[in-house]
Design a protein around this ligand. Structure first.
Ligand code: HEC
Ligand code: HEC
Length: 358
């Protein structure tokens, strides 16, 4: 257990993964019955009927809503203990939130922890006397652009569809920069068509993930780590988006919505649906045409869990633009990828992409 927890202290995403690992897989393969949190975890009193695979995201949502870490409510050596008053209060708060939604919003999860807490331990009970004005929605275009026009402009901005399509493989050396910037870990990333692999070297372990065209996988020190469906989906998307010319096959439905703001700049918002039914939002900068943000949202009992990727500092590599700063954010987990080196059409060892052999 301490081995997992030591690792957990370093890998922001791993405490959950380690816990899932210890407790076994999320779905009973024989009956296809979804395992509930009440069945899987030791000391569940409120979230009993929630699918167990939501627990990770729900804990992240609660932490981010209050602006705290897991240790605010937990003894991180043993998450099942009820040592802390804040964990008891959180149970009452979860019940209260469910009741508000049931009694006042016909059961829709309109209110969640963030509605009141908004990143604070102590919500305000009186109005802010000096509020910041809400940013205004930017001017909407007279004629709405079509999705085809938005994608064409994107591909042209990247260097043109022909040059983009000519890049068949890519090797990237990067740093994973943890929040605050003091800690960085080296990353190596490979792409080949719709295949992708990445290795991150932490002090205590090398963590790898990949997609071989069919299966998404993740390992720590070469040992497989079970993936939640939402994690597998994002590893797959990382692979697919290497080929921006394939946007219309990656997503079977693309709809233009409106002009929104991303970091104070107007951006076309396009909603995107995958063949598997996953919904994402793509934001293309109105001025440069480049993809600047992608969000994927999955439902939980405490509202949507948002996974956001911001693409910044596009630079030319062999005539094709690639973002060199990529920010990954989700409730209570954030990091930035800083690209150090890119080689297009470099030879790539096909064995990199396969799932670990058992
Ligand atoms: C605001 C308080 C709060 C925060 C912050 C919080 N948790 Fe929890 N956690 C709870 C409560 C409450 C439960 C029990 C829920 C229930 O009884 O239905 C719980 C249960 C758990 C369990 C199940 C333990 C068991 O076996 O019974 C795990 C694992 C867990 N949390 C992990 C985490 C992790 C990892 C984090 C940080 C990302 C985190 N929690 C952050 C309040 C919190
Ligand atoms: C309707 C508003 C509202 C919602 C929704 C809400 N809270 Fe609270 N919460 C409060 C108020 C008000 C307090 C008391 C603040 C204080 O002590 O100053 C509080 C206190 C807390 C505390 C105790 C903080 C401390 O330092 O003692 C915890 C923990 C907490 N909430 C967790 C949650 C969680 C987790 C959720 C979502 C499941 C949630 N709250 C949803 C209003 C809300």
């Amino acid at each position: 257990m301490t081995k997992y927890l030591k690792l957990a202290a370093i890998l922001a995403a791993v405490p959950f993964i380690a816990l899932l690992f210890i407790n076994g897989g999320p779905v009973d393969a024989q009956t296809q019955k979804v395992e509930t949190a009440g069945e899987k975890f030791k000391n569940i009193k409120v979230l009993n009927d929630m699918p167990a695979e939501q627990l990770v995201r729900v804990m992240g949502i609660m932490s981010a809503s209050l602006g705290v870490k897991c240790g605010f409510c937990h003894n991180t050596e043993n998450y099942a203990l009820d040592e802390k008053q804040s964990k008891q209060t959180a149970r009452k708060m979860i019940r209260m939130t469910f009741d508000i939604n049931k009694n006042s919003f016909n059961g829709r999860s309109e209110v969640s922890c963030a509605t009141c807490h908004n990143g604070m331990e102590h919500p305000l009970s009186s109005p802010n006397l000096k509020p910041e004005p809400e940013p205004e929605r930017p001017a909407q275009p007279q004629t709405e652009p079509t999705v085809d026009q938005i994608i064409d402009k994107y591909l042209t901005s990247l260097g043109g569809p022909a040059r983009v399509a000519a890049v068949k493989t890519r090797y990237i050396k990067a740093n994973r920069v943890e929040p605050g910037g003091a800690v960085t870990e080296p990353e190596t990333i490979w792409f080949d068509g719709n295949k992708y692999a990445m290795e991150t070297v932490y002090t205590e372990a090398t963590v790898a993930e990949g997609f071989d065209g069919t299966i998404a996988w993740k390992t720590s020190k070469g040992e497989p780590i079970p993936l939640q469906p939402s994690e597998a989906e994002q590893i797959r998307r990382e692979a697919e988006l290497f080929m921006p010319t394939n946007l219309k096959t990656i997503y079977t439905r693309l709809d233009y919505r409106l002009v929104d703001l991303v970091d104070d700049r107007p951006a076309y918002l396009v909603t995107a649906t995958t063949p598997g039914g996953a919904r994402e939002r793509l934001y293309f900068d109105v001025g440069t045409g480049l993809l600047v943000r992608r969000t994927a949202s999955t439902q939980t009992v405490l509202g949507p869990f948002i996974y956001q990727v911001d693409y910044k500092d596009y630079k030319l590599f062999g005539g094709v633009k690639v973002p060199t700063t990529i920010e990954y954010s989700m409730p209570s987990i954030r990091w930035t990828r800083k690209v150090l080196q890119i080689r297009n059409n470099a030879p790539v060892d096909a064995a990199k992409f396969g799932p670990p052999s058992k």
